[in-house]
Design a binder for this molecule. Structure first.
Ligand code: C2O
Ligand code: CU
Ligand code: CU
Length: 460
């Protein structure tokens, strides 16, 4: 595989003092999640530690692991200088617990506590993050892993969440505070200048040759698309965005992971003791290691291909009876908006730009007063998404998973976030099985802040 390390990586390899990995919570409920400033050494040791906003003292925050069907009770205490909230990304949650200020709850003010209490209907890999000023708060560190375990633990030797992120820091390793820079809002979004895995530049996980690993890849970056590859590890894609595939797919050479997407892999360590095994990010002229798996000798012989993970509850999509709506995306650099509606007012592109608004859905910048669609409970909705911009977008629906409607009218895998490249038209469908008001937005957080958000209503 053509991944080569750059100079900087060789320097980082010499680092030994890696920050502690996020702790795994004990089974006891309720859990207390304290959102507060904390420092963490994310850059090489020759740089100062970075001031972050953390959940229980680290970034990513405390990893929450619960069994499918359990309730998560999380007392979220805000010790930050800004109002906040937590969103439980990908959970088919009760609407009031979805964590969207102004839609499902009031923001949690500084020194206040809000208790989230909800059921976990689906097993899989999920994550949580701030949904208030997210372009700033997720970047500063308010993000963590939520694992919902299958009733029977699958046969793997290690289960490793790998939170892949990037962060834009200044030359003294402080988080760059230009969160709403117009250039980022109107182009590809805020990109970092350091790549992180589990809050450090290269995560290290010792393995044995022949081990089977479950890798839970989670892209928590503001806007970066990761193109990932593995060396010394071979296996299968088991799930996308938490939802198991009916048949595991052999691992392709490259995996594209858009912001907020997850991919669960089962991989076998095919590297022998001392050989290289790593997860890397491809770049035009080489690549970066994100996680390294130092290999020692093992005793296992290669196992058979895994069975599929058990399916989650099914809410069938009925294309025959579906109602269809269009979502036309416009704006951004090189296709600037002429005008759009913003908070009920019709504004010129120039005036919108002054307000930091650069994108529109169906002629509306920012969350419109009326939903994109009002669905009856149980109805199937198709959304044909036209990307009439020069940039890719990672479209995310809250509260329900959807499937892509492929050109031959078959359905792709269930997902909660779909990447659409510039100029593409892509169609999704979902059963409106979860009552409430649900955001539908681009998960490139700069784009969401700059206009790319709408919502759907499901009436009971
Ligand atoms: Cu992961 Cu609306 O968010
Ligand atoms: Cu979400
Ligand atoms: Cu976008």
């Amino acid at each position: 595989m053509p991944l080569s390390r750059r100079q900087v990586l060789t320097q980082i390899a010499a680092l030994s003092a890696l920050p502690a990995l996020p702790r795994v919570a004990s089974a006891a409920s309720p859990r207390r999640l304290t959102l507060a400033p904390a420092t963490q050494q994310i850059a090489p040791a020759t740089y100062p530690a970075t001031d972050l906003w953390c959940v229980n003292g680290s970034m990513p925050g405390e990893t929450l692991r619960l069994k499918q069907g359990a309730r998560l009770i999380a007392e979220v205490e805000n010790r930050l200088p800004q109002a906040t909230s937590l969103h439980w990304h990908g959970i088919r949650i009760e609407n009031a617990m979805d964590g969207v200020p102004g839609v499902t709850q009031d923001p949690i003010q500084p020194n206040e506590t809000f208790t989230y209490d909800f059921a976990l209907p689906d097993a899989g890999s999920y994550w949580y993050h701030s949904h208030a000023q997210s372009v700033e708060q997720v970047e500063r560190g308010l993000q963590g892993v939520l694992i919902v375990e299958e009733p029977d633990t699958p046969d793997v030797d290690q289960d490793l969440p790998l939170v892949i992120d990037d962060l834009r820091v200044t030359s003294d390793a402080a988080v760059d505070a230009g969160f709403n820079a117009p250039h980022d809002l109107s182009h590809a979004g805020r990109m970092g200048n350091v790549l992180l895995c589990n809050g450090t530049m290269v995560a290290d996980h010792p393995v044995k040759s022949g081990d089977r690993l479950r890798l839970r890849l989670i892209n928590s970056a503001n806007a970066r698309l990761f193109t990932l590859g593995l060396q010394g590890l071979e296996g299968w894609v088991m799930a996308y965005d938490g939802m198991p595939l009916a048949t595991p797919e052999p691992l392709p050479d490259q995996l594209v992971l858009a912001p907020a997407q997850r991919i669960d892999l089962f991989v076998d360590v095919t590297a022998a003791a001392g050989e290289e095994a790593f997860l890397g990010q491809f770049e035009r002229d080489g690549g970066y290691e994100l996680a390294r798996f130092p290999v020692s000798a093992g005793t296992r012989t290669r196992r058979a291909a895994p069975d599929a993970l058990p399916p989650n509850p099914d809410f069938p999509i009925d294309l025959k009876s579906a109602r269809s709506v269009d979502l036309i995306t416009e704006g951004g650099a090189m296709a600037w908006l002429q005008n759009a509606t913003f908070r009920g007012e019709d504004l010129s592109g120039e005036d919108l730009a002054k307000l930091g608004q650069f994108w529109s859905f169906n002629g509306s910048a920012g969350r419109p007063i009326e939903p994109l669609v009002t669905a009856r409970l149980g109805e199937t909705i198709r959304i044909r998404m036209v990307n009439d911009t020069q940039f890719p977008h990672a479209m995310h629906l809250h509260g329900m998973h959807f499937a892509e409607v492929l050109p031959d009218d078959t359905l792709g895998p269930l997902r909660d976030t779909l990447l659409m490249l510039r100029g593409e038209t892509r169609e999704i469908a979902f059963q409106a099985h979860n009552p409430g008001d649900w955001l539908f937005h681009c998960h490139m957080l700069s784009h969401h802040a700059a206009g790319m958000g709408t919502w759907v209503r499901v009436t009971a």
